[in-house]
Design a protein around this ligand. Structure first.
Ligand SMILES: *Cc1c(COP(=O)(O)O)cnc(C)c1O
Length: 391
């Protein structure tokens, strides 16, 4: 049997705090027990605070992909023009949903090491009258890049275009605001920067998005993919469309409580600070960052170009097998081209970053790659000068 890792520094699901694991083990309640309904309502309220929104929030009971597909299924009607922004694997994947629900995809794409320029979005919307929706990935986890969703959302709003935003790994890594950023349906996951467990879709829905779902020629109801079912049942009648994942809701309540105790601002700052320090460490080791410009590097993971002549199995394999440290590979089209250092949730901390970089250095040396031991850790620790957990 394979030994378990000592550290899970993957691109999600991530390691969760002991407190979350304890809360996950609370007794399983009947979902119509008043105590559970209270928990559910409280958790929804916490989610609004973490999203920093007054829009309705919906917690769909499945991994964030459910929320992404539900958004497409609930909004898109056959023939609707959807401007799909593609800067990575998840952006490209969304086209599949657009096709599936009969939409017409207009693609605006850049290389998977780049980010979308908002001015190109404006040009695309000018060149394509009648676009109804825009879909974009906030933080492209597989590429370690992020898109300027605030600017993009505001341009979409100028054109009266509704947005579907995959912020699965964005929420918690940046301070976002659905109202100010023009996010009509925003979908996040607990298992990325919030440092929670996988299994739920966290959604914020604007009034305009609700209206579009209601006005759909064939409004999606009576389906696991239906967001309207959650509105009709939970938001309006304090009922559930079906049994929620009771234990996952305990974990989410715990995760969101911990996020708010620390402060959403602090959580975002912690991710950005550690991401920056990680990049300094990578550069000091003579390795190359995958994103074309550092300004577009994500807060959730740091993608590093695979050095010439080395394989994924050499780097990640050595880290995992010899030292029990799990990091993520390149995903989809990016497989073998990069590896990703993880700093989401608990991993966004100097302790975890130092050990991760130290094990990376040791592993590079093991496989014969020239590396000055301590250079990466040193540069990263230099970069976090002033850090104070108690501040
Ligand atoms: C993690 C993630 C998802 C969810 O996808 P899984 O493959 O189920 O983990 C979607 N979008 C982004 C940007 C993500 O990082």
């Amino acid at each position: 049997m394979t030994n378990w890792p000592r550290m899970n520094l993957a691109a999600g699901p991530v390691e969760v705090p002991e407190r979350t694991r304890r809360d996950l083990s609370k007794p399983v309640l009947y979902h119509y027990d008043p105590a559970f309904k209270e928990e559910f309502a409280h958790t929804s309220d916490l989610l609004k605070q973490v999203f920093r929104t007054n829009y309705d929030v919906v917690i769909m009971q499945g991994e964030a992909i459910l929320g992404l597909e539900a958004a497409a299924a609930s909004l898109i009607q056959p023939g609707d023009k959807v401007l799909n922004l593609v800067s990575g694997v998840f952006g490209k994947w969304f086209e599949f949903f657009i096709d599936k629900f009969g939409g017409e995809t207009i693609e605006l794409a850049v290389g998977y090491d780049d980010a979308i320029d908002p001015e190109d979005v404006r040009k695309a919307l000018n060149a394509n009258p009648g676009v109804k929706y825009l879909s974009v990935v906030h933080s492209e986890t597989p590429s370690g890049t992020h898109n300027p969703v605030r600017e993009i959302g505001n341009i979409a709003r100028e054109f009266g275009v509704l947005t579907m935003v995959d912020t699965v790994s964005g929420l918690g890594s940046e301070l976002l605001s659905p109202e100010e950023w023009g996010l009509d349906v925003a979908i996040a996951g607990p298992q990325k920067c919030l440092g929670g467990t996988p299994g739920l879709s966290l959604m914020s829905i604007s009034p305009a998005a609700w209206e579009a779902m209601e006005k759909h020629a064939n409004p999606l109801r009576g389906s696991f993919l239906s967001i309207l079912d959650w509105k009709d049942a939970w938001l309006e009648n304090n009922r559930f469309p079906y049994t929620p994942s009771v234990s996952e809701m305990y974990a989410l309540e715990s995760t969101l409580t911990q996020t708010l105790e620390e402060g959403v601002e602090r959580v975002a700052w912690r991710h950005q600070t550690i991401a920056k320090a990680c990049r300094e460490g990578v550069k000091a080791l003579g390795l190359e960052l995958w994103p074309v410009r550092e300004e577009i590097a994500a807060g959730c993971v740091t993608a590093v170009k695979m050095p010439d002549g080395l394989t994924d199995e050499q780097i990640r394999g050595t880290m995992r097998h010899r030292y029990g440290v799990m990091i993520s590979p390149g995903y989809g089209d990016l497989n073998g081209k990069l590896f990703r250092l993880g700093h989401m949730g608990m991993a966004a901390h100097p302790t975890m970053l130092a050990s991760q970089l130290a094990i990376l250095e040791r592993s590079l040396k093991d496989i014969g790659y020239p590396v000055q031991m301590g250079a990466g850790v040193g540069a990263a620790m230099d970069a976090i000068e002033g850090w104070d957990d108690a501040a």
